[in-house]
Design a protein around this ligand. Sequence first.
Ligand SMILES: Cc1ncc(COP(=O)(O)O)c(C=O)c1O
Length: 392
Amino acid sequence: MSHLHLNPNVSASPIYVGGASIADIRAQVGRDDIAKLASNESPLGPSPKAVAAMQAAISELNRYPPIADDALRAALARVNGHGLSPDNFITGNGGCDVLDMLATSFLDSGSEAIICRPTFPMYDITARRAGAGVVYVDLLADDFLYDVEAILSAVTERTRLVYVCSPNNPTGSILPAAQMDTLVEHLPPHVLLVADEVYHHFATHPEFSDSLEYVRQGKNVLVLHSFSKAYGLAGLRLGYGVAPVEIAQYLSRAKLPFHLNQMTLSGALAALDDADYLENTVKLVVAGREYLHSALAEIEDVQVWPSQANFVLFKPAFDAAEVSARLLQHGLIVRPMGQFYLPTHLRVSVGLPEENERFVTALRDVLAGLVAEGAEKADTAGQKKEGGAFKF
Ligand SMILES: Cc1ncc(COP(=O)(O)O)c(C=O)c1O
């Protein structure tokens, strides 16, 4: 290995840290009743129709899947396209794969990508791996709103991609339609706006943007969706971009042949056909989100942010890593936010009603324990915005 010539962009690329697995935590804390509220997965799982379709697909796995995913893209256009054609869709093994295709296809050394922290770390990871320079335009403290003027001022001749995430992971905040309009209108023509909306099903705010309209208008916008969230199929790995046809076709050059397996193709088609199941999932999650938000808002030693997604961001008054570790002892996995640029925060995904209640009770218990022990409150001053930038 020491004599091999390595790609420095790959060597320096940060490695994504996923949520802890139920099996690992079960072994670590020695209890069976683990609730994973760490990866923004669906608490209900996939539609039974999708499960049946995937089971049926298993017996034909000796065959290659179709080389082109035409049937899936046609169904996506029919169900989620609202007037767009299958050629506007580009699929990948999860939204992450589409993000990787974007970076491979649009970024290289000398180019720049704009990222608005705190946000999903895969923009940073894929952009750096492609050799691009990363320019941060941080969200505004303390509400985590976008600073559209600052994004536009950060654009240079070298800018290729601007990533916005709405609802944003991990803050749950949105980029309202009026601001999205301003951004799309004023970005120069050499820049592609990546609007990551994988949590769009859960957004109930009246100002949430209908970003597919920009695609219909032929703007330089790619909207990212995923089957990992509302469709409950994170383990299947399916995501897709929606973009003007020339952009989607250009991106499809970055795909491997047979890039979607037959289980994915069959499961996704059936999931798309089960609108009632999707609707019930979204209802349960939105109700759970509102419950979690109000319950956390009542706890004195917790700061919480309103969310338009299937998770809630909060900051305990005590060391976040310690709170997370103690929650594990109660059988609850939440996500420490270090890699999401917020080391003093935690994120809890909406679970089943009983899991949400169990989490709130456990958190109260953990905080009461820390108070009783006289534990030092965390110094949160370093997290506050000073002079226009978060201190990370
Ligand atoms: C904002 C955001 N974008 C994209 C993804 C990628 O999702 P997947 O690759 O599972 O489709 C995630 C996953 O958590 C996410 O939070």
